[in-house]
Every structure is written in C-alpha cells, then in structure tokens.
Design a binder for this molecule. Structure first.
Ligand code: FEO
Length: 402
C-alpha cells in the first residue's frame, strides 16, 4: 500500500520507515527505527530528490509509482551518495531509463565506485550556485561537503522556499504518519534521538555544518526536508538553534552527567554519592550512567547536551576500563570540545585510570579538567566523605563561574 504525504501542492514525501532494522550503519541501535526520506516534485518536469535504503525499496517504489501516475521521471537529484539513500538507485535507473541524474563531480565519482558506471550519458553535473528549472520550481544547488560525506550538496527550491538538506537536520526514529515536527511533541519525543543522530553521525563535522548554517542565513527557508526524520515547516528556529550549538560544540544546557565504569558496584556507589552531594548544592537534572549498561551512542548524545561531565572509572589491566575507553575514544573521534570535566578513579592496588583519562581528555580542544580529583582504593568509606564534598564543591563552583 502506498504511503505518501503532501508537503506543498507540488512536493510530496514519498519516503519510507523501517522498524525492522536494528542498527543504523550496522553500529548504532535504532529501537524506534529510522526513516529514509525521499521527495518528489511534480512540476512540468518530475524530480525525485534522493532514493532510499535497500531495506525500504519496495515501499519507496510503490510510493513513487503512485505519485507519478504514469508520468515519466525526468530527474533524480542525488544530494548524498551514501547507500542508505542510494542503494535503490541501480533499480531506479533500470525502471526509469530516461531519468537524468543531477549531482556534482564527486557524486559521479562515487556513483562509479558503487555501481561500476557513472552513467555519463544521463549525467547533469552541477556546482555551487547552479540551478535546475523544472517549470514553476527552480532548484538552487549548494555544496555542503562533509555534512557527512564529501559529495554532499543541498538544494533550495525558491518557489516553495524549501530546503532539501540531505543528512543535515536529520534524526533517528521511524515516522509514524506525522512526518512534520509540528505534529509531534518534538522536545519530549524527538529531541534526544535528533541529538543522538547528530552527535554520532554528523557530530565530527561541526565546522562543515556550521558553514552550511551560515549559507542558509542568506535564504528565506520556510520548510526543511532532511533525509531522515521530521520535516520542519514551523518554528524552524528550534532545529536551527540546536544545530548552531551542536556544530559549535557548545552545550545546550548547564548541567552534570556522571559516567561510571564499575565492576562490583563500588565505583558506582561513589558516583551515586557524588550525584547526591551535587543535588544538595542545588544542581538539578543530574544524570548518572553506567557505561557498561548504556549504549555508547546515547552517552555521546548526552555529551552533546550538557556542560559538565564526570568520568568515574575503575582501573582495569593497568588502564582505563574498556567501555570507558570506548567512550573516550569516541569523544576524540567526534572532536568534542568546550566541556568541563571532573575525574574519579578506583583501583585496589595501582589506581592509574584518572591519569590516563586525563591524558585522553587533554588531547581534546577546550576541555577544562578540574584539579580536584578523587582516588578510591576499592571502597570509599563514610569517613572519606569530605573528599566527595570537595569534588562536589569544585564542580558546583565551576558551574557558577561559567
Ligand atoms: Fe543518511 Fe550519510 O547518510
């Protein structure tokens, strides 16, 4: 059964969601699924804006055929060549042999890499500032390299003031009929998955995202159509401001998150006690995570959200507990910046993890590591509470300073 929704009179969402795929990029759990958005402009010419992932191909073709109603497909615009948007392209080109492919030079290099052919006989190569007029609509192309991959571009339809933003402004989560952000409680149900998507998928590329945001300031955008997640047609500032902060690696909120790695619960006990002391000082909405039992991509989402981070880890094989090490190496890979950090370590005979965590964090940009630090030998006892109090005080004071 086809499932489409109109965005404007001429522009139709013809994408599809999956709730069957358990991981995105075969790495990130997506318990709420994900959508692969695709759009069709029905003008004097017909224009398909991106295809979809292999897993939703049959739904996509059903939607496309329904909307074309026997018309020819004239153009396929390829904003992004990653297979979650292009796996179905080979099939599409066979079904619509007259379709012309619109992409940039790098797009066609990748098309050849993936499909063994760059289809040069039907290629329209565009560059920054080029346009494609399809009747009433004119698409303006803007290059957005490394807003995930180097060939990424976005396009702006001046007629309906629509931005087709590729991976930009996307989110994890299947679409449930309500494809527009104004049809759902975004902050309650979608913000965390939008941030988790941004942080883990695009988070490394803050500068290119920031560059795209600057370009958009010159445009009058009324609707944002990303390749994943919700479409924005109201209150665009909500999603633009979030991306402004994320791309500058600025915390959305002043607050504390504690990440602990604990084998037998003793480091966990100290982490919880620290959270209690912080709460006593008036700090609200503290969150404590066991790195062994929490998906790392969720922890990365939290790091993009909040200003103050506490890493509490037991020493393992003379080093950092592996799950904590994973988190720290992801932080480095994603280029996390501008956070205040406190460290806490445990070790029954040679605690050394705080020193090693400090070295890792010092490799990141603009990370302030508090001098106050706690070493626990196996278990923290009640008579050591003063040390916990000192650390809580140092964290609270650093929050007041900023
Ligand atoms: Fe949704 Fe970078 O692909």
């Amino acid at each position: 059964m086809h499932n489409v929704r109109n965005i404007t009179k001429d522009i139709v969402w013809i994408g599809a969601s999956t709730r069957r795929q358990s991981m995105f990029e075969n790495m990130f759990p997506i318990p709420r699924g994900v959508s692969y958005n695709s759009y069709l402009i029905k003008d004097e010419k017909t224009v398909l804006l991106d295809a979809v992932d292999e897993g939703v191909t049959s739904q996509f073709f059903e939607n496309l055929e329904h909307e074309l109603q026997g018309r020819e497909l004239d153009y396929l615009v390829v904003h992004h060549m990653e297979p979650d948007h292009c796996a179905s392209m080979g099939d599409l080109l066979r079904r619509y042999p007259k379709v012309q492919i619109v992409g940039n030079t790098k797009t066609f290099v990748m098309i050849r890499q993936f499909f063994g052919d760059d289809f040069s006989e039907r290629a329209i190569v565009v560059k920054e500032g080029d346009t494609l007029c399809t009747g009433a609509h004119t698409l303006h192309f803007m290059m957005a390299p490394m807003v995930h991959w180097p060939e990424v571009m976005v396009s702006y339809d001046a007629y309906d003031k629509v931005l087709f933003s590729a991976d930009g402004f996307g989110a994890f989560g299947a679409l449930n009929g309500n494809i527009f952000a104004d049809e759902v409680p975004f902050e309650r149900d979608w913000l965390d998955e939008t941030r988790r998507y941004y942080g883990n998928i695009v988070g490394k590329y803050g500068a290119p995202v920031n560059g795209l945001l600057k370009k958009l300031k010159a445009l009058d955008v009324s609707i944002i159509c990303p390749l994943h997640g919700l479409i924005w047609r109201q209150n665009l500032d909500v999603i633009l401001e979030k991306h402004q902060k994320w791309s500058a690696y600025e915390a959305e909120e002043k607050g504390v998150v504690i990440f602990y790695a604990s084998m037998y619960g003793n480091t966990a006990s100290v982490a919880d006690a620290l959270a209690g002391r912080l709460a006593d000082k008036g700090i609200k909405d503290i969150r404590v995570y066991d790195v062994s039992n929490t998906e790392i991509s969720e922890l990365i989402g939290e790091i993009f959200r909040v200003s103050h981070l506490v890493f509490a880890s037991t020493t393992y094989n003379g080093g950092i507990y592996p799950r904590m090490e994973h988190l720290l190496s992801d932080m480095k890979a994603l280029g996390i910046q501008k956070r205040t950090v406190a460290l806490l370590e445990n070790g029954s005979w040679a605690p050394s993890t705080a020193k090693q965590m400090r070295q890792r964090l010092e490799e990141l940009k603009d990370i302030k590591i508090l001098d106050e630090q706690i070493t626990v030998n196996s278990v923290m006892h009640t008579d050591e509470g003063g040390r916990l109090e000192s650390l809580a005080k140092a964290i609270a004071e650093s929050m007041d300073e900023e």
